[in-house]
Design a protein. Sequence first.
Length: 474
Amino acid sequence: MKKLIKLFVLVFILFTSNTQTFAEGYKIKVKINGLKDTTIYLGYHFGDKNFVLDTIQVNNKGEGIFEGNKNLDGGIYLIILPEKSFFEILIDKDQNFSIETDTSSKAENFVKNLKIKGSEENKQFNDYQKFMIIESKKVGTYRKKIQSNKENTDSVKIYKQKIKDIDEEVKNKWDEIVKNNPDALLSKIINSLNEITVPDAPVDDAGNKIDSLFEYHYYKNHFFDNIDFSDYRLLRTPIFFYKLNQFFTRVIIQIPDTVNVEAEKIIEKSKADKDIFQYVLQFIFNYANSSKIMGMDKTFVFLAEEYYLSGQATWIDSSFVEKIRDRVNELTPNLIGNAAPELKMTTYDEKYVSLYQVKAEYTVLIFWDTDCGHCKKDLPGLHEIYQKYWEKGVEVFSVYTHVDFKKWKKFIEDKGLTDWINVYDPYNFSDYRNKYNVVSTPLIYILDKDKKIIAKRIDTKTVEQILKDKLDKK
């Protein structure tokens, strides 16, 4: 039922007929009873955002005309009134029509009062909107009754059945629309909203599931089966973003290698249409670039090398390509799973030491400086963790990133940090700043016994969690 409610949220969906052709350009006559001598806007959906396309001034009767010499792309468009209230219309094949409604603070009243002339598409769209609003209200009513009758199991059972009946009624309505208009955009959107039906998992002779994760893998592998990746009009609805976002944030496991595999499948599928290809690639690229999940920069590098630096993203200019290339060069040496770059530095007692000479089950590599407020707090905290785990094979390779030797030495002695490896490289001969992308401090990595990076850019609390987990398993 939660899925049903989510679908109701997407109630303002467009409908299109492919049987008519029209002259170039658009002309939309608007009359908003109750408005006069004010500005209204024509906007549209694109992904998860809305954009304004056209602006007009209505007269003292609330009348105005949106018009242009070029056809508009098909999609869900918005008539935006003062104070940001709005209602939605369909623009696709029919681009010369008139609409009339009354001012209201509720979108459902705009829909209820809407009158349309010259656009069968919008009449059908409006009928669909009205139907969905009515069914949504019914579900809301029964949900309230369930909440107020929690102790009465018989009543709860009845109300839940009524919601199931409404769900079935909606599905029947959707099936009818798809059957009557299989190539219409509304049909494609309905298909997109329909959840994948997962078959029963295969069982052995004893009735036990052969694969305990069968349902999950089936759902994941077939998640986009009902979406037409060749229809660019889907971009001007909320649906396409909704499905992409749901898949990457709620369906797949947030492990970079897994994300890379699934991203490539979807991107290759999206090549059926150049606009959808561009949108999908940019969506996943931005998702990886802005992710707070550790190691997702591996997905950023994968997408950059596979699509942007290879020339497949033809819409970007050379300067942006070079920015991506520079970023890839910064990230590649220190990706999780890679061997940590070697560091040869001077200790605070003026000896030389190599990172790879450190024999430890796990090495915590930290970059810090004495003037960093967070460092002053994190170093003692990390030292407590070190003292707890050093007997189990944990070592700390502590890199001072500034050049004031006396200040550095005083700090580590005052804080009692002399029992781990303290090093610095005042002339950056080791190129540690580039190798480890040190742009701020503190910066912490965890390496395994082979000096492979297993964690990066984490806080001391996470350091302890990872070490505890790894050492407990051992």
